[in-house]
Design a protein around this ligand. Structure first.
Ligand code: SF4
Length: 403
């Protein structure tokens, strides 16, 4: 829901300003539409129905994994594909992985989103509406910005969404923002004082390999990125989670584990090893290699966990978001008017889905995806990107690795 449009519409209608808060309270608590907002006059509900779309997104398709994970493909009003994922855990946690951009300009070689055409930054409302969509299904309590896009390149909108998420049940302390190392964004996040968790997608502990896997490293080299993360830790006293996707024969050797130990201060960083979802040019490391790598880290005092993969059978796992699941003929449905059972009126919670798998480690699960994944629904003519969102070219070595 575009709350600025809502406020303007209410002002034009001569309504008191508290009406916007009433409408937001209903939406944030899972109401299915304006009709449910019984403390708003009926004529006003009808006017809002006409003039303010209940969601900025249209549901195109939803896929359900055996482990309870749900991936939803939305379109923005201008036809940009956006994916978000709901992850259900046996302990009752409900975590939503949100996208901050349609596509991504950063072209990481292991990532299907990076292989898509970059569309544009999402607005705060388009980010928030991904979460509200799942909130209409059931209560949610965690959010990770690990979907399509680099959140630090669209930080104003991401922080705008974070400011509203507590109303939908997700406190800032249960929110994680992941970056590939966009230093200006890390610094701005630190300065904001928002108590969210910072996660860094590292994937290699030396510049040459990291630049080959992630071209952004040529703009912001490892030492600068780690220094920014270190300053974040010192300013916030919250450890930075390091994401490290395990690629067989690329970054999973014993000496590479030692390199990681050398560059990460165990007081400031905790490592999350991510089994690679094998659909592209890389092969994922085997369980034995992952366990051996983790053992080296822990022998040297660096805390490390292995992430439980979620939603792999619906391409919703780490590195698999690419907006590819929608046939052009799929009948669009306006999010929030899709016939779902509402999450209930304010104050009423729905029950969580039982029988879901045991939890993995925080923060969150899904990011983008794999080279070689078919390119998906390309949006209509691109709109100008923000000045910050200049695509980072893949280096020659990166192209070599990806093919
Ligand atoms: S891993 Fe993240 S930053 Fe890199 S291309 Fe994918 S979405 Fe973009």
């Amino acid at each position: 829901m575009d709350l600025e449009l809502l406020e303007r519409t209410l002002a034009d209608a001569g309504e008191p300003s508290y009406r916007a808060g009433q409408a937001w309270d209903w939406a944030a608590r899972g109401a299915a539409g304006y009709a449910a907002m019984t403390n708003l006059p009926a004529a006003l509900r009808a006017r809002l129905e006409d003039q303010v779309p209940f969601s900025t997104l249209t549901v195109q398709r939803e896929a359900h994994a055996r482990d309870g994970t749900v991936k939803t493909l939305f379109h923005t009003a201008d036809g940009r594909p956006v994916e978000a994922v709901l992850m259900r855990y046996r302990d009752g946690r409900r975590s939503v992985c949100l996208s901050s951009q349609s596509g991504c300009p950063l072209t990481c070689t292991f990532c299907a989103t990076g292989a898509m055409r970059f569309g544009r930054n999402l607005s705060a409302w388009e980010i928030l509406d991904q979460a509200l969509h799942f909130r209409r299904v059931e209560p949610i309590d965690h959010v990770v910005f690990m979907g399509m896009g680099e959140p630090m390149m669209n930080l104003d909108a991401v922080l705008g969404a974070c400011a509203r998420l507590p109303g939908a049940g997700v406190t800032n302390r249960r929110t994680a923002i992941s970056t590939v190392g966009w230093v200006p964004g890390i610094e701005r996040l630190t300065a904001s004082g928002l108590p969210v968790r910072l996660a860094l997608s590292l994937h290699a502990a030396d510049d040459a390999l990291r630049s080959a896997i992630m071209p952004v490293n040529e703009r912001y080299p490892l030492a600068d990125v780690l220094a920014a993360c270190r300053r974040h830790f010192e300013a916030t006293n919250r450890m930075v989670f390091v994401e490290y996707v395990m690629l067989a024969g690329v970054n999973d050797r014993h000496e590479q584990a030692r390199q990681l130990v050398d560059v990460l201060d165990p007081r400031a960083f905790k490592v999350n090893l991510i089994p690679y979802n094998p659909t592209g040019a890389y092969h994922g490391s085997g369980r034995a290699a992952i366990d051996a790598f983790r053992a080296v880290l822990e022998e040297h005092g660096l805390r490390a966990t292995v992430r439980l993969t979620r939603g792999r059978d619906i391409d919703a796992a780490c590195g698999q978001l690419a907006g590819v699941t929608v046939p052009p003929s799929a009948a669009p449905t306006r999010a929030g008017e899709d016939g779902r059972a509402p999450g209930g009126p304010p104050g009423e919670a729905t029950s969580a889905t039982p029988g879901t798998p045991r939890p993995g480690g925080p923060p969150g699960e899904a990011t983008s995806a794999t080279p070689g994944t078919p390119r998906g629904a390309q949006p209509p003519p691109p709109v100008p990107a923000s000045p910050e969102a200049t695509p980072v070219k893949r280096s020659r070595s990166a192209r070599t690795l990806a093919t």
